[in-house]
Design a protein around this ligand. Structure first.
Ligand SMILES: *Cc1c(COP(=O)(O)O)cnc(C)c1O
Length: 425
């Protein structure tokens, strides 16, 4: 936690939490770089890692991840534009979305951007486009739903029998029909599955990946040559939100995959991943100021400026998305049992909605007005999320780099003034 203590003190000294900007996000770019190098170190050279842009769609973050060696997985024309603005080559981008328009598909195929087909109606559109652009370098394959069941969080379980995502492989005669589809189209050279996300066991993810690997072997055997060259195994590596520990690590995941799907660890296939949360979450924090405190029904309540507008998942599904917080005094020194009384606390946000809580009934050193609260592991799906774009106030985002005792902090997304936001709404 020494680095985090330095981060908050640097932020306080730089005066970036003020009356206009009372909640900020901070990404640790050195941490991001180390996470990406951990991912590359855990897997052999036939693996290529892309970042799921939806997890943190800020151009500066995307641009840094590109420099650290990642590609980009995008799921909308907006995300594609962000990835392009962050400097990604078309060849390093993959477009996944269950709702690609004809225009989206044309953009991909015309510009050699790879894509995963979600369904047979989309395939029919691509059949047309392939006549127009027969020499495209887009790597095209199907997203497969292996229908192997869900994990602990239903809203992030993508491989249930009735999931909205991908081609349901286990239904009826679907498997043989898919093999026929590949046999008739030599340009289908990839298979994709994303058996995640948060809440899914590594073994469940490995099982889904095992299904597409066997399917690739079966298609290649029936075709009589290696038509499928790429396996896209998706993201979904869960993140530990309860402590600083990185668990499971990329190395843990690699080991489970190696035991269950050893073929991935030969050079036979190019293997692509699409990690989001596991890259971003632990390299970001949200810091907000305590405005007021009160006691209500025996509970200490600290009202801050970060609530449902940033912690949307946590506010609506607190059991699935618990957030760990640490209190700091106005000088940025961590509050502990030695400095303050430990007391049952709710940390609340500014929204007029009773569920607007970052955490409930936590034993925390007593928070006072002008203290700060740091919410950990929030570098993915929180302050960069689209949900907060229309809220007042918007959250400014900063980066830190450098050694613990000499951090550089700089703004990577300015928060619009209230006047600016109000004039656009
Ligand atoms: C969301 C998503 C990811 C990233 O999931 P994480 O759980 O953040 O790793 C990867 N691939 C696809 C297709 C997704 O929709």
């Amino acid at each position: 936690m020494i680095r985090k203590q330095q981060i908050i003190q640097t932020a306080i000294k730089a005066n970036i939490i003020d009356s206009n900007l009372s909640a900020i996000g901070i990404m640790d770019f050195d941490g991001l770089q180390k996470t990406v190098s951990d991912a590359y170190a855990a897997f052999p050279n036939n693996f290529f890692h892309t970042f799921a842009v939806k997890a943190n769609a800020l151009v500066e973050v995307l641009s840094a991840l590109r420099k650290y060696g990642m590609g980009a997985e995008v799921a909308s024309p907006g995300e594609l534009l962000l990835a392009k603005n962050a400097g990604y080559d078309n060849e390093s981008i993959i477009f996944d979305s269950p709702a690609k328009t004809l225009n989206d598909l044309r953009t991909c195929i015309e510009n050699d951007i790879s894509l995963n087909i979600d369904n047979l109606q989309e395939l029919a559109r691509i059949d047309q486009l392939m006549q127009e652009f027969p020499n495209t370098k887009s790597v095209i394959g199907f997203r497969i739903n292996p229908q192997i069941g869900g994990g602990a969080i239903s809203s992030t379980s993508t491989a249930t029998a009735t999931s909205k995502f991908g081609y349901p492989l286990a239904d009826g005669n679907n498997k043989q029909e898919l093999i026929n589809i590949y046999q008739q189209r030599p340009w289908l050279t990839s298979l994709h599955t994303h058996t995640g996300s948060q809440g899914c066991a590594l073994e469940l993810m490995a099982k889904g990946i095992g299904v597409i690997t066997e399917l690739a072997e079966e298609i290649n055997n029936q075709v009589g040559q290696q038509q499928i060259k790429r396996l896209d195994i998706g993201g979904g590596l869960p993140v530990n939100f309860s402590s600083e520990e990185v668990k499971p690590s990329f190395a843990d995941y690699a080991q489970v995959l190696k035991e269950n799907v050893p073929l991935l660890f030969t050079d036979k296939y190019q293997v692509k991943t699409e990690f989001g949360r596991a890259i971003a979450a632990k390299n970001g924090v949200i810091i907000t100021r305590v405005e007021y405190t009160k006691n209500s029904g025996g509970r200490h309540i600290a009202t801050t400026h970060a609530g449902a507008q940033i912690f949307t998942r946590t506010a609506f599904l607190p059991k699935s998305w618990p957030i760990r917080v640490t209190g700091y005094n106005a000088k940025g020194i961590e509050k502990t049992a030695e400095t303050d009384e430990i007391i049952a606390t709710d940390v609340a946000g500014p929204c007029c909605f009773a569920g607007d809580l970052i955490c409930v009934d936590q034993q925390l050193p007593k928070l006072n007005p002008n203290d700060y609260v740091m919410a950990h592991d929030t570098g993915g799906y929180y302050f960069s999320n689209h949900f907060d774009y229309n809220s007042l106030p918007r959250v400014g985002v900063f980066s830190v780099t450098g050694k613990d005792d000499n951090l550089n902090i700089s703004c990577i997304r300015k928060a619009d003034s209230f006047e600016d936001v109000a004039s656009k709404m």
